[in-house]
Structure formats: C-alpha cells, structure tokens
Design a protein around this ligand. Structure first.
Ligand SMILES: CCCCCCCC/C=C\CCCCCCC/C=C/C(=O)SCCNC(=O)CCNC(=O)[C@H](O)C(C)(C)COP(=O)(O)OP(=O)(O)OC[C@H]1O[C@@H](n2cnc3c(N)ncnc32)[C@H](O)[C@@H]1OP(=O)(O)O
Ligand SMILES: Cc1cc2nc3c(=O)[nH]c(=O)nc-3n(C[C@H](O)[C@H](O)[C@H](O)COP(=O)(O)OP(=O)(O)OC[C@H]3O[C@@H](n4cnc5c(N)ncnc54)[C@H](O)[C@@H]3O)c2cc1C
Length: 666
C-alpha cells in the first residue's frame, strides 16, 4: 500500500488478536522463506513486463507472445541477478501465468532426473538447466490419458542401426495435451510402448528431439502444433498444449530413459531392481507440488472474498447508520470461514507431504522402495481432494462476492478458469482416488496377516478398537479436543474401508467387485485423505509456533476445518456409527461458536498470506479496501468505452432505430 494512502480495512486490522507478522512466517514456512517470497513478489510487481491487468483482453496470439516475452524476461532476470532455485521458483509463482517453462522445469527435468541413468543425466541435464534445450512431458494421447498402459505410441528397437523407431500408428495415438509442446519445446520425454524383437515391454520414456535448434522447424517425421483454445479467455491459453505425431522417427538407443529397464546394444532387455512404478515417478513429484499450489490458489480466492466481504455492506441500517458488513452475516461466515480454514489446512498438509516426498526420494536413491506405495497413495489422494475442494471454493468465493465477483477484474473468474484443470491434469481426481482405495483395501486385507500398517495407515492397526469404539463427546466443548476429533475421523475412515473390503469379498472376481463398488471406494478414499489433512493440521500445532496469539488462531482454524468436514460428511459419520446424531449436532454448535472467534481476525488471517495487489489482481481484494472508486475507474478503461457511440452503431443500431420510427409512422 502507498505510504499515507487511506486504509479502508484499518478497523478490521485493529481487531486482530494475534501478531500478523509472525503468522506470515508460519504461513511461509520460515522467516527465510517469507523474506525470499516478499523480495521476489516486489521484484515482479515493480517490473512493467510482468503486468497482467490486460491479460483477459488479449487475443490468443497476443497472449501467447506476451507469455513468451515474460518467460524470456524472467529467465534474463534470473540469470542477471543470479537468483537461487528457491528465488527463481518464487519469481515463477508471482509472474502468475502458465507457461512452457512449467513443464520444462516441472516435468521434463524431473523425468530425466528420476528415470534417467547417471550418464543420461550428465548428458541432458546441463543443457536443460541452461535452457539450451526446452523440454515437455509428452505422455497423454488423443485416445488415452488416465490409462497409461493403454498408450499406443510405439518405440521399436532396430538392432541394425542401434536406434529406436518412434511411431504413432493410429490417430488416437497422437500425443495430445502436453504443455509447451505445441509451439515451444525442442525436445520431449515421450512415453511409448517398448518393443524389442517383437516383444512388448510396457510403457517407457524416450527423449526425442522435435524441433531444429537452428530454425525451430519440426524435424523430419514430426508433425506438431497447438490443440486450440481452452476454457476461459486468458487463463490456461497462455500455454501451448500440443498435438504431436511421429512418423517412424529414429532416435539413438541411449535416448530411452533406462533407470528402470535397459535395452543393450544386442537387444537384450534387462530389468533393474528399481520397481516399474518409478516410470510414474514424475507424476508423483508433480502431484505433491499441486497440493501446495492448491493452498495458494485457495488462499488467494479467500483473501479476495474476505476483504471484500468486510468492505461490502447490505441491509441492516439502524437510524440512518451504516448497513451491515456482509461478513457479519452468519451465512457468509459459514460459507467463507471453512474455506479460510481449508487454505491453512492445505498449506500444512502440503508441507508435510513435501517432507514425506523428500524422505521417500532419499530412500529410493538408497535402493529402498518399501515406502513408494504410501507415497503414491498420499500424493494421489491429497492431490485429488485438495484440488477438488479448491476448484469448488474459488467458485464459492466468486458467489460470496455477489455480482462484482463475476467481473473479470475481481480476479476470480480468471483464477477459476486457470485453476480448474488441476482436477484433471496429473491424474483425473476420481481415477486417483481409486488408486488410494486399492491401497486401503490392500492394507485392510493384510490386517489379519500380522503385517503392521505404518505411516498414514498406522491407525488401521487399531482396527479392533476403531471398529466398535463410541465417541464420548457430551458437550460442544468436547469437540475442541483433537484426540476426540481424530478418533471420530479414524473410526469413520476405517469403517468405510472395512465395509468396502467386506463387500468386495462377496465378488468371486475382485476386479469385477472393484468396478461395481467404485463409488463407495472413492468415498472411503476421500475419508482417509481428509483424516490425513485433519491429523497433519493437529500435528502442526504440536510444534513450537512463535508469535502472540498465532497458535491460538491456528487451533481455532484446525477445529473449524475438522468440524466443517464432519458437518459436510455427517452422513458418513452417522451411517458408520462413528458418532451419534446428538454428537453431530454438538459439533455444529461448536462450529458456530468458532466462526464468531474467527470474525475479528478474518482480515488479518488473510493478510498473513502476504499477497501483493499485483499478485491478487483483484479490485475486490485490494489491500486498502478501496473498492468502489477503483471499480468505477476501471470500467472506463474498458475498450468498449473508448468511444461514446460504439463501433457498429451506423451499421446495426441506427437502421434498427430508424426502422422502428418508420414502423411507428405506418
Ligand atoms: C528456474 C525457473 C524455475 C521455475 C520453476 C517452475 C517449477 C514448476 C513446478 C511444477 C509445475 C508443474 C506444472 C504442472 C502442470 C501440469 C501439467 C499437467 C501434466 C500432466 O497431466 S502429465 C500426465 C499425467 N497423467 C496422469 O496422471 C495419468 C494418470 N494415470 C496413472 O497415473 C496410471 O495409469 C494409473 C495409476 C491410474 C494406473 O496405472 P496402471 O494401470 O499401470 O496401474 P495399476 O495396475 O492400477 O497399478 C499398478 C501398481 O502400480 C501402483 N502405482 C500406480 N501409479 C503409481 C505411482 N505413480 N507411483 C507408485 N506406484 C504406482 C499401483 O498402486 C499398483 O500397485 P499394486 O500393484 O496394487 O501394489
Ligand atoms: C490443462 C491440461 C494440461 C495437461 N498437460 C499435460 C502434459 O503436460 N502432459 C501430458 O502428458 N498430459 C497432459 N494433460 C493430460 C492429462 O494428464 C489428462 O487429461 C488426465 O490425466 C486425464 O486423462 P483423460 O483426459 O484421459 O481423462 P479420462 O480418463 O478420459 O476421463 C474421462 C472421465 O472418465 C472417468 N474415468 C476414467 N477412467 C476411469 C476409471 N478407471 N474408473 C472410473 N472412472 C474413470 C474420469 O473420472 C472422467 O470423469 C493435461 C491436461 C490438461 C487439461
């Protein structure tokens, strides 16, 4: 905010009962992370190349070119200022525009790191790190996305020339969707069925050069282009999601990523001791980052809706006094505050997931693979529930802002359009929950065998207790006890998984059973993932959290998150007998009282996200709350208002009016 400018939300900030600066540190993860984030936010906001207020007005071509300009400029600044990886990734975050660089750094590089041999990494990574080659992740095809084993592109080994022949045998085998592919990437990690000596060996990744490094023209045998406009006007259209066909394209044998499986010069296929699933490792990495992204997108929407709800007034004027701030309506609070709590919940679960991922990656380096299934289940499940909740929440925030939320300059339509594909990419959310369900059913089926469940399924080891325990909640206050809440969530989750396992056992063919019970399995998986989020929020509170009143606020938010989920899924809790209807009603009583505790802190709680006005790009979410004059000014900047009489008047409006006059005279 400019020095000396009026702060229309000052009153809201004064009622805060905690130290906002300390909360900023907790949200950012550390003082260092906050400092880096703050510095990079300002760097981006002060650079005119990174302006974004005109984004929705640009044509696709202009938007795309502008994105190329921003990406090139960002890279120039990263190199000039010798930014660290952490700083560079914050620059990307604040530039706030999907671009080919996301796939280059986020998937192409990790694919080579995770699936390439040491030699392959040494050859390709330095080129990629300097952006002397630009890569994408070309897995999905026109005919298959979720079913990776169903991909049709082939990679046939030719022992005569020591090459693989990459080929698209059908229309449906055309690569379709990869970001960065359409117009920019020079290389791809392309996934194809490996065929050696007429035998198939599953899907593997191959580094394929697509375009000339001299003139950017597609290489012989490559047909490549953009797949067309996507949802929304600006949004994800800054990305060149592409189509790609291979016509018998030859690549050297050593361009197959060979950490999992090797093909020798003689055409021998050697399986290493690394599990096949590591071929899916890049997706695990990205799913984990997507959970952190969910907390960012959600907190951004909530920040806009909260500030605006404090500015906006409707009804309730007494004796000519001001009307009621809409944030004071209990309905507004019951729609908004759970989303605020969810933003914090997703933030902390993403921190935990990152540490789980780092731990598993270190173990994989040492040849320990036992924790891979859990890492897969956690990343898939949390990616699924956090992105679905966030997409719904952004739309709810738009509605919470009434009519003005529908204006592009509220920032919410664009945020929704750019965010919502997260429910589909990196694995459709339902498909991913079915993966979690497989893991849970497997865990349940092994309970009798003496195998002790660990990690996020450790609670299943107490199945005997959880299957019959009764919640001892007697008052609304009891619901503030984390142990009580966790036990109710554990009982619900375990009972849902056990019920699925019991029903599955009734089918002679387990796969048929899995297909028939899929809807129940998805619900059981979601219940397990919600338990993880609740538990990790409570565990966060066991840590030392400095700053006046900060822990107290987080305690309130953790209870709101848990009781909101309980209220929303009350049917599950009741049908599994995890709680009684009376206890469900007490949880709701507690929730209402918690909303009143959040109310004086609401604006300060969103200030703690430390978002600049540039990043928020929302008139409604401005830090200073100066909404109405800005909305008014912005309206006049619309190109339609460049002229008082619109273009088209002479051709289309005037004749109409004249015709009416003539008709009236008749
Ligand atoms: C300097 C500048 C800095 C700038 C920094 C910028 C940084 C940016 C960083 C990040 C940004 C990233 C941006 C991302 C943008 C998104 C773009 C989108 C990309 C994509 O969408 S890529 C394509 C994604 N596709 C999918 O997700 C497909 C989903 N399908 C699958 O995953 C699988 O096919 C499947 C799991 C659904 C089924 O597979 P399959 O048939 O083989 O498996 P099953 O028979 O069911 O299971 C077999 C067995 O394997 C286990 N399994 C499955 N998956 C995994 C896994 N991933 N890991 C480990 N194990 C796995 C499964 O549980 C089974 O186990 P069991 O046999 O039961 O034990
Ligand atoms: C913006 C965007 C960017 C992308 N970027 C990339 C990229 O960079 N690289 C890349 O390779 N891919 C990319 N993709 C593709 C993406 O990964 C896939 O679209 C995604 O994995 C979903 O697969 P699908 O399209 O085949 O959906 P489908 O599987 O066809 O889903 C259609 C419907 O069928 C349901 N369904 C499918 N299978 C099952 C099942 N077994 N049981 C129950 N229901 C089922 C789904 O729930 C869904 O409702 C991108 C997609 C988008 C939208």
């Amino acid at each position: 905010m400019e020095v000396g400018a009026p702060d229309y939300l000052a009153g809201e900030r004064q009622t805060a009962e905690f130290d906002v600066e300390s909360m900023k540190v907790t949200w950012a993860g550390s003082r260092h992370a906050l400092e880096v984030s703050d510095r990079m936010a300002r760097l981006v906001a002060s650079d005119p190349v990174f302006r974004k207020d005109n984004r929705v007005m640009l044509s696709r071509k202009e938007l795309f070119k502008n994105t190329l300009r921003k990406a090139a400029h960002a890279w120039k600044r990263i190199v000039e200022l010798r930014l660290t990886e952490e700083e560079a990734s914050r620059v990307r975050f604040f530039v706030d525009e999907p671009a080919f660089t996301d796939l280059h750094w986020g998937m192409f590089v990790p694919a080579i790191k995770g699936q390439g041999t040491e030699e392959q990494q040494q050859k390709w990574l330095p080129l990629a790190y300097k952006m002397q080659i630009i890569g994408c992740y070309a897995q999905t095809e026109l005919g298959h996305g979720s079913n990776v084993q169903g991909l049709e592109t082939t990679a046939t080994f030719d022992p005569k020339t020591d090459e693989f022949i990459i080929h698209s045998p059908t229309l449906t085998s055309s690569k379709w969707w990869p970001g960065g592919l359409g117009k920019v990437s020079t290389h791809a990690v392309a996934y194809a069925r490996l065929i050696v000596d007429g035998q198939e060996h599953g899907v593997h990744g191959f580094i394929v050069q697509l375009r000339s490094l001299d003139d950017h023209m597609p290489l012989p045998g490559i047909t490549v282009g953009d797949i067309g406009m996507k949802f929304g006007s600006g949004a994800y259209n800054s990305m060149d999601n592409g189509v790609l066909r291979f016509d018998n394209v030859r690549i050297p044998r050593d361009q197959m990523l060979m950490r999992v499986l090797q093909v020798t010069r003689e055409g021998k296929v050697i399986q290493s001791d690394v599990p096949r699933q590591l071929i899916y490792g890049t997706m695990v990495f990205v799913r984990q980052t997507i959970v952190a992204d969910a907390s960012c997108a959600l907190s951004r929407a909530v920040c806009i809706a909260t500030r605006y709800s404090a500015v906006r007034r409707q009804f309730g004027s007494q004796n000519g006094g001001p009307e009621t701030q809409v944030i004071d309506y209990k309905t507004q609070q019951s729609r908004l505050f759970p989303l605020l709590a969810s933003a914090y919940a997703f933030r902390f679960v993403s921190e935990w997931l990152k540490s789980l991922y780092t731990d598993v990656t270190e173990k994989l380096q040492r040849g320990e693979f036992s924790t891979l299934p859990e890492a897969h289940a956690c990343t898939a499940g949390l990616k699924s529930i956090t992105t679905s909740a966030t997409a719904d929440a952004i739309e709810e925030c738009r509605k919470l802002c009434g009519g003005h939320g529908y204006l592009a300059n509220s920032g919410l339509p664009e945020l929704f359009a750019v965010y919502v594909p997260a429910c589909t990419y990196e694995g459709d959310n339902t498909v991913l929950l079915l993966q979690v369900a497989r893991f849970l059913v497997k865990t349940v089926s092994q309970l009798g065998s003496g195998k002790v469940p660990v990690g996020t399924t450790a609670y299943m080891g107490r199945a005997r207790h959880l299957i019959q325990c009764k919640s001892n909640v007697q008052s609304a206050e009891d619901w503030l006890n984390p142990q009580v809440v966790v036990e109710a969530f554990e009982a619900r989750s375990l009972r849902m998984s056990v019920a699925c396992a019991e029903n599955l056992a009734k089918f002679p063919n387990p796969e048929e059973g899995f297909a028939q019970l899929a809807a129940d399995l998805v619900e059981a998986a979601a219940a397990h993932c919600q338990l993880i989020v609740v538990t990790k929020f409570f565990e966060k509170l066991q840590q030392d959290i400095p700053g006046k009143g900060v822990k107290k606020q987080l305690q309130i938010l953790s209870s709101v998150y848990a009781l909101y989920i309980l209220h929303k899924h009350l049917g599950d809790f009741l049908s599994t007998g995890s709680i009684t209807p009376k206890q469900g009603a007490l949880a709701n009583d507690q929730l209402r009282s918690l909303y009143s505790k959040i109310r004086p802190n609401a604006v300060a709680l969103v200030d703690a996200f430390n978002y600049t006005d540039h990043y928020l790009s929302s008139v409604l979410g401005r830090y200073d709350g100066n909404v109405y004059p800005t909305l008014y000014e912005e309206a006049w900047k619309d190109p339609l208002n460049d002229s008082v009489v619109p273009d088209g008047y002479q051709e289309y409006i005037r004749p109409l009016l004249k015709q009416q006059i003539r008709n009236a005279r008749l």
